[in-house]
Design a binder for this molecule. Structure first.
Ligand SMILES: Nc1ncnc2c1ncn2[C@@H]1O[C@H](COP(=O)(O)OP(=O)(O)OP(=O)(O)O)[C@@H](O)[C@H]1O
Length: 738
C-alpha cells in the first residue's frame, strides 16, 4: 500500500518530487545508506602522500578499498521478522581467520592524514605526567584573534594521532578482540567504522598498541588504560564504541583468570538518562554479546545486585569530590524541569514492585537510569550503603545531560559508588559543554588523589565541530505569527500536498516534539483524527511521554519501530540517544530549549550517515528572543555540509536580525522552556486564536439573543397577530446555527 496515496485523499501527485524528504530512494526509511562516515576531506601529507578518495553515491567520498555498498538493510515498512535477536541478525559469512604474521601499524604521518581527513581531533585534557612550563606573565592586552590563534596552535601541539581503525576486521586481527564479538559485529552488517569508532576503538581497546607510533605522547602513561570523553554527531555509532571495549574487557579478564563462564560479576555500568535509551542499549549490548556468555541487563527496581555494604559515614572515593556542588543541585532539583527529561527514573521498575525482591541477578554489564540504581545503592538498613567495587568500566551515555544540574547529584553518587581505584570512565554525547568537561577533569583528578594513584590520562575525541553539527540532514525554520498558525502549518506538513508556507510535506514516519507533556497530549488530541480511516486513522498517530506507564511506553516504542505508528508526538524524553533508523523527519512543534536540545532532537533522523532526513522547526513571535542559538546551529550544520550562501536555510540577514540570547535567558529557557507556553492561553493547543474564540463566543451569544427575540416576537405576534417575521439578524445567524 502506498501510504502517501491514501493520505493524499485523492489528490494524484507524484510523491517523488513533492515530499520534503525528496525522492523515496533518498529517505532514511528506504534504508539507503552509502557510508556511515560523515567526513572525507582531502588532506595533504608532509610526505606528499594522499589517500585516494572517490565520490560516493550521495556525494560523499569513499576511500579506496572501503566497502561503500548500499546496505539497504532498513525497510521501515517491510514485514518484521519474528522476535528474537538471532532472527534480527542474519548470519553472514564470518571473517577470514587472522593471519599469523604481526600486524602492520601505520606510521604517524599516515595516522595524522586519516584523522584530519575524517575531522577527528584528540586532545589530552588531563593526566600528562610532565607539568607544563609556567606561562609567562601577560605583557599587553592581545587582540581576541591573536589569542584564539594561539589557543588553536596550542591545541594543535597537544594533539596526537594514534592508530585509527580502518576496518572492523582489524578488531580481531590487530587488537585481539574475541572472534565471537568480532563476528557479532559483522553479522549486524557493519562494514566501515564511523569516525568515532575509527578514532576511539584502538585507543580504548589497546592503548599501548594504538600509541606505538604516535608522537607527543611520551608523558602519557596508559598502563591502566585511559579515561575518555567522546563527542561525535548524533547517530554516529557511539553505542557500540562504548560497548565493544566493555565486552572485550570482560572476556579478557575471564580468559586471563580462567574464570568460570557461569560466574557473572557486575564489571561495567552504563548510565543513560531515560528508560527508552537504557532499553535500547541493552538490546545493542545483547546483539554484540551473543555467544560470548556476557550478560547485559537492564536495572529494575527488584533487581538484586552483588554489592558491598559500607558504613554510611565511611568515606568512599567520590565523597571527597562533590560536596560543594550539592547546594546548587538541590536548587536545580527544586526547579521544575521544562519538559520531562529526568523524570523517567520515577517510573522505572514500577510494574515489578509487587513481585518483591529476587535473588542476586547474574549481570556483567548493567544498564540503568541514574535514580533507579541509586535507589538500590542507598536503600539500606540504617547506617549502611552499597558500593560496586568490581566495576571497572563506568559509561555515561549522554554525559552532558547526566552531569548537568538536574541529574548531576545522582550521577556523581553512582560514580562514587563505583569504588574500584582502577575504574575507567568514558563519557559520550553529541554535545559537551566546557563546564561539563571541566567537571569531569576535576573529579577524575580528585579521585586519583584520593586513591593516591597517578591519574590516568583523560583524553577527548571530537568528531567534526563540538556542539554544532547535524550536517547530513535538511533543516527548515518556519515562522508562524501565532500558536494556532503553527497547528495549521503542522497540518500542512502532515498532508501530502505542497504548501507555499511550509513547503513539501513530510513523509512518515516522523517525530513531533513539544515543550511539555500537557502540550504533547493536547496536540495528540487535536491531530488524532487527521489521518484518514483508510490509512489506519487514529492508530497511526500516538503520543509518548514520561507520565505514561512503562508498559504503554514500551508498546508505543515498539509500534513506532515496526512502522505501525507514523507520527509520534513526544517530549524531550525521546530527544536523546533513541535510535529509530528509518525516521524521515522531525518537527520541533515547540522550539527546543537550547542549541544542544536542537542537535539531539534533529539527530533522531539521518542516523548512521543516512541522508534525506528533515528537521522542521516552527517559531512564533514568543520564540524570537530565543531562536538565534538554533539558527546558529542550523547555519553551522549547513556550513559543515558544504552548502553555499544561496543554498542555506538561515540567510545572513535573518541571523543578523535575530537578537542574541542573553546568558540568563538561556539558563532559564533550559530549565523552564518558553514561559508563555507553560500556563495560560498560549499553553493550550487549538486551531483557534483568542480573537477567533471571542468572535465565536459573540456569534453564539448573538444566535441565542436572536432566538430569544424570535421567540418573543412569535409569542408577541400571536398576541398581536403580526410584527417582524425573521428579521435581518435572525436570517444571518440562523444559517450558522446548523
Ligand atoms: N559502523 C557502522 N556502520 C553502519 N551503521 C552503524 C555503524 N555503527 C553504528 N551504526 C548504526 O548507527 C545507528 C546509530 O548508532 P547509535 O545509536 O550508537 O548512535 P549515537 O552516536 O549513539 O547517536 P546519539 O548521539 O543520537 O545517541 C544505529 O542504528 C547503529 O546500529
Amino acid at each position: 500500500m502506498d501510504i502517501l496515496k491514501v493520505l493524499s485523499r485523492g489528490i494524484k501527485k507524484s510523491q517523488k518530487s513533492t515530499t520534503a524528504t525528496g525522492g523515496g530512494a533518498q529517505l532514511p526509511s528506504a534504508g539507503t545508506r552509502a557510508n556511515p562516515q560523515l567526513y572525507h576531506d582531502d588532506v595533504g601529507s608532509t610526505h606528499g602522500k594522499k589517500r585516494k578518495r572517490r565520490r560516493g553515491p550521495q556525494g560523499d567520498d569513499v576511500a579506496e578499498g572501503e566497502d561503500d555498498e548500499d546496505a539497504s538493510d532498513v525497510d521501515y515498512f517491510a514485514p518484521k521478522p519474528a522476535p528474537g535477536i538471532e532472527n534480527k541478525t542474519p548470519v553472514v559469512e564470518t571473517q577470514p581467520e587472522a593471519p599469523k604474521k604481526k600486524a602492520k601499524l601505520l606510521d604517524e604521518d599516515e595516522c595524522r592524514q586519516i584523522f584530519r581527513s575524517h575531522r577527528l581531533k584528540l586532545t589530552v585534557l588531563s593526566g600528562r605526567q610532565v607539568t607544563e612550563a609556567p606561562k609567562p606573565a601577560k605583557k599587553a592586552k592581545k587582540s581576541k584573534d591573536k589569542e584564539e590563534e594561539k589557543a588553536s596552535a596550542k591545541d594543535e601541539k597537544r594533539q596526537f594521532y594514534p592508530q585509527p581503525l580502518n576496518l572492523f576486521g582489524e578488531l580481531k586481527h590487530v587488537y585481539g578482540v574475541s572472534p565471537q564479538l568480532s563476528e557479532n559485529l559483522i553479522r549486524q552488517g557493519f562494514r566501515a567504522p564511523t569516525e568515532i569508532q575509527m578514532g576511539c576503538l584502538p585507543l580504548l581497546l589497546r592503548p599501548e598498541m594504538a600509541l606505538k607510533k604516535a608522537k607527543n605522547v611520551e608523558d602519557i602513561n596508559v598502563d591502566k588504560g585511559i579515561d575518555f570523553l567522546g563527542v561525535a554527531p548524533t547517530g554516529s555509532g557511539k553505542t557500540i564504541s562504548f560497548l565493544i571495549p566493555a565486552i572485550d574487557s570482560i572476556l579478557r579478564r575471564r580468559s586471563e583468570e580462567g574464570a568460570d563462564p557461569e560466574e557473572h560479576i557486575v564489571s561495567a555500568v552504563v548510565v543513560a538518562p531515560t528508560r527508552e535509551l537504557a532499553s535500547q542499549i541493552v538490546n545493542e549490548g545483547r546483539k554484540l554479546a551473543i555467544g560470548t556468555g556476557v550478560r547485559v541487563v537492564l536495572m529494575k527496581k527488584t533487581l538484586r545486585l552483588a554489592a558491598e555494604d559500607v558504613k554510611e559515614d565511611a568515606k568512599t572515593d567520590g565523597d571527597v569530590l562533590d560536596e560543594e556542588e550539592d547546594s546548587e543541585d538541590e536548587v536545580a532539583e527544586a526547579a521544575e524541569p521544562s519538559g520531562d527529561e529526568g523524570s523517567d527514573a520515577e517510573h522505572a521498575g514500577k510494574e515489578d514492585a509487587a513481585a518483591g525482591p529476587k535473588p542476586l541477578a547474574k549481570v556483567d554489564i548493567l544498564v540503568t537510569t541514574p535514580k533507579i540504581l541509586l535507589n538500590f545503592l542507598l536503600e539500606s538498613k540504617s547506617g549502611v550503603k552499597k558500593v560496586l567495587p568490581n566495576v571497572k568500566f563506568l559509561i555515561f551515555d549522554e554525559a552532558d545531560v547526566l552531569l548537568d544540574s538536574i541529574m548531576r547529584k545522582q550521577t556523581l553518587a553512582i560514580w562514587r559508588a563505583c569504588s574500584n581505584p582502577d575504574l575507567r570512565l568514558t563519557c559520550w554525547s553529541a554535545t559537551m559543554g566546557s563546564n561539563i568537561e571541566a567537571l569531569v577533569v576535576k573529579h577524575v583528578e580528585k579521585r586519583a588523589a584520593y586513591h593516591k594513584v597517578t591519574p590516568k590520562p583523560l583524553v577527548r575525541l571530537v568528531v567534526g565541530l563540538k556542539d554544532t553539527a547535524v550536517p547530513n540532514i535538511t533543516h527548515k525554520l518556519i515562522y508562524t505569527a501565532t500558536e494556532p498558525g503553527k497547528l495549521l502549518a503542522l497540518r500542512q506538513l502532515l498532508h501530502p500536498v505542497s504548501s507555499a508556507d511550509t513547503g513539501p510535506p513530510l513523509r512518515p514516519p516522523f517525530l513531533v516534539f513539544t515543550q511539555t507533556i500537557e502540550r504533547a497530549q493536547a496536540l495528540h488530541d487535536e491531530l488524532k483524527y487527521d489521518i484518514p480511516l483508510e490509512a489506519g486513522g487514529s492508530t497511526r498517530i500516538a503520543v509518548l511521554h514520561s507520565s505514561l506507564p512503562d508498559k504503554q511506553r514500551t508498546q508505543i516504542m515498539m509500534r513506532f519501530r515496526q512502522g505501525e505508528v507514523w507520527v509520534l508526538i513526544t517530549t524531550d524524553v525521546l530527544s536523546r540517544g533513541v535510535d529509530f533508523v528509518g525516521v524521515n523527519g522531525i518537527v520541533n512543534y515547540d522550539v527546543p530549549n537550547s542549541a544542544a536540545a536542537y542537535v539531539h532532537r534533529s539527530g533522531r533522523t539521518g542516523r548512521a550517515g543516512r541522508t534525506g532526513g528533515v528537521a522542521v522547526t516552527f517559531y512564533t513571535k514568543d520564540d524570537i528572543p530565543f531562536v538565534k542559538s538554533i539558527a546558529n546551529v542550523i547555519a553551522l550544520s549547513e556550513k559543515q555540509a558544504g552548502k553555499g550562501a544561496g543554498d542555506t536555510t538561515v540567510q545572513k540577514w535573518l541571523l543578523d536580525a535575530l537578537p542574541n540570547v542573553k546568558k540568563e535567558d538561556r539558563k532559564k529557557l533550559k530549565v523552564r522552556g518558553v514561559e508563555s507556553r507553560r500556563t495560560g492561553g498560549k499553553a493550550a493547543i487549538s486551531t483557534k486564536s483568542t480573537w477567533e474564540k471571542k468572535r465565536d463566543n459573540n456569534r453564539v451569544a448573538a444566535i441565542d439573543a436572536s432566538k430569544r427575540r424570535k421567540k418573543m416576537e412569535t409569542s408577541g405576534s400571536k398576541e398581536e397577530g403580526g410584527g417582524r417575521g425573521g428579521g435581518e439578524d435572525g436570517g444571518e445567524w440562523g444559517g450558522l446555527d446548523d
